[in-house]
Design a protein around this ligand. Structure first.
Ligand SMILES: Cc1cc2nc3c(=O)[nH]c(=O)nc-3n(C[C@H](O)[C@H](O)[C@H](O)COP(=O)(O)OP(=O)(O)OC[C@H]3O[C@@H](n4cnc5c(N)ncnc54)[C@H](O)[C@@H]3O)c2cc1C
Ligand code: SF4
Length: 333
């Protein structure tokens, strides 16, 4: 048995200082991912800094100089966030993404920050008997020649071909969320699109955060488009399964012309994939199925597939088409 120190600090600043002081320390949220990794030997921290009891549990609206925002404390549990009336009415894609993830029991335990920073579900990452550059840099990538149905089709590198697992992160990426981070130098706000990384030659790094950076909150901007939004998840069974691909989308139409559209894909890359090319092809133009399919294909032009991932291209194409057509139909009612 390995010895492990456990600390429950009484403030966010004390938590950050505790992790900054010890290279082998990790934050502990709900523990639904990290505790599994302790058991599997995927993570072996010397110190666990439990932040789950810090009072970062509010969901509150506030007005900033650049409009109104919803601020979600990092310790808001996934179930509570999905059920929150403001989230359900003004950010329905976020509520749907949460409810599409994991199971009721896990959502009761999992936190907002922990969900965003959960690690990949690549089977080799979780199996310490196999090479994996993300777990053990320089050891190789077993997924290149092995089981690869969940692998990335966009933005992968020869070092790592895995995908990001969080449903919530995909919805937040489409909604232009901002992550509030407290580090040893103070607080900063990181747009979620800049939080996650592509693997490149450093696949061990999922995000731009340092180990002692604590996510304290997530902020969502109020926007008409975010209210006309939804989340579609394609998976092997209706619950308790990670996404093969997923789509978070919002659409604002006036007279059949696209005023605003936001599109993010899950299950296709090492990070939630904001489909900016497709958005640009659709914006300010009449909306119809042909234009939509052409825009999606533009985004997918750089997709790289194998025999195991080839089906992801039609999957993401069809899921995105279906999702946006449904949003357009709703807008027309
Ligand atoms: C069987 C199963 C099925 C699942 N299915 C899905 C699914 O379909 N979709 C989905 O999205 N998820 C799914 N999950 C993952 C689940 O949602 C995550 O395990 C959970 O969201 C992690 O949250 P947590 O609070 O328990 O994080 P923890 O396990 O406590 O932490 C996860 C990581 O984040 C770090 N961390 C935690 N909080 C912070 C913070 N505030 N600041 C900085 N770092 C922090 C920890 O150090 C750790 O590295 C599934 C999990 C299981 C076990
Ligand atoms: S795809 Fe990434 S996480 Fe999976 S084995 Fe390769 S390096 Fe490891």
């Amino acid at each position: 048995m390995r010895e492990l120190e456990y600390l429950r600090p009484d403030s966010a600043a004390a938590a950050v200082a505790a992790v900054a002081d010890r290279p082998g320390a990790r934050f502990l949220g709900g523990g639904t991912n990290l505790v599994d990794h302790l058991k599997l030997g995927v993570a072996s921290p010397e110190l666990l800094v439990d932040i789950s009891r810090l009072p970062l549990t509010d969901v509150e609206a506030y007005d900033g100089p650049d409009g109104s925002w919803l601020r979600i404390g990092t310790n808001v549990r996934n179930s509570d966030l999905a059920a929150h009336p403001v989230v359900r009415s003004r950010f329905p894609a976020v509520a749907r993404a949460l409810l599409a993830g994991a199971s009721g029991q896990l959502r009761n335990q999992a936190t907002t920050g922990g969900n965003l920073l959960q690690r990949t579900r690549c089977v080799y990452f979780q199996d310490v008997t196999t090479p994996c550059n993300k777990r053990d840099p320089g050891s190789g990538c077993s997924a290149l020649e092995g089981y690869g149905r969940y692998n990335a089709i966009l933005g992968a590198s020869p070092e790592c071909v895995t995908t990001h697992p969080s449903d919530l992160a995909v919805a937040l990426t489409a909604m232009d969320a901002v992550v509030v981070v407290l580090g040893p130098e103070g607080e900063r706000r990181v747009p979620i699109e800049e939080l996650y990384r592509l693997p490149g030659d450093r696949p061990e790094l999922d995000t731009v955060l340092a180990p002692s950076d604590l996510v304290t909150a997530v902020e969502l901007p109020s926007a008409a488009a975010n209210e006309h939004a939804t989340y579609t998840k394609v998976r092997d069974r209706a619950s308790f399964a990670f996404a093969l691909v997923s789509v978070a989308a919002s659409l604002d139409l006036a007279g059949g012309v696209v005023q605003d559209v936001r599109l993010a894909w899950g299950g296709v890359a090492h990070k939630p994939w904001r489909a900016r090319r497709a958005e640009a092809a659709l914006r300010d133009r009449p909306f119809d199925e042909d234009a939509l399919r052409a825009a999606i294909d533009e985004e997918l032009a750089d997709a790289t597939t194998t025999d195991q991932t080839a089906s992801k291209v039609p999957m993401v194409r069809n899921a995105t088409t279906m999702t946006l057509l449904r949003l357009a139909e709703e807008a027309a009612r």
